[in-house]
Design a protein. Structure first.
Length: 133
């Protein structure tokens, strides 16, 4: 699949996305490199606290759905953040985060592989897919 971009809208259940137990729902347009809309991304992020080595840390579980022409691609993943008071909304600009592609519908039925998401300087994201088969 091609690289796509998204600008997202989000809603958070809790005061901040970094609060333990916060659930963030988001969606946004997916565009190809020419800026043409090719679909939509929807997702849910759930924040939870994990204490390891006495360092404050939490994990954000990610559930992603890429609605594309002819089908959907589903992905699951997690990210860890340290320093609860300084938690960013994403690991950092130009820091890629991977999620497992665990299935699909329509022309993407049975999709397996990975999707790598990177936050860019302009506050958009790229999503690069590697699919098996």
């Amino acid at each position: 699949l091609h690289t796509a971009y998204r600008r997202q809208r989000q809603m958070c259940i809790r005061d901040r996305p970094s609060d333990v137990g916060a659930i963030v729902f988001f969606n946004g347009a997916l565009r190809n490199e020419d800026g043409v809309m090719v679909g939509e991304i929807m997702g849910v992020l759930t924040s939870m606290e994990i204490a390891q080595d006495a360092l404050p840390e939490y994990d954000r579980m990610r559930e992603l759905i890429f609605n594309l022409e002819g089908g959907q691609i589903f992905a699951l993943g997690a990210s860890s953040y340290r320093g609860i008071d300084e938690i960013p909304d994403f690991p950092g600009v130009n820091t890629p985060v991977e999620a497992a592609v665990v299935g699909g519908t329509g022309k993407d039925i049975g999709a397996l592989g990975t999707v790598t998401t990177t936050l860019l300087d302009d506050k958009t994201y790229t999503h690069e897919f590697i699919l098996l088969g």
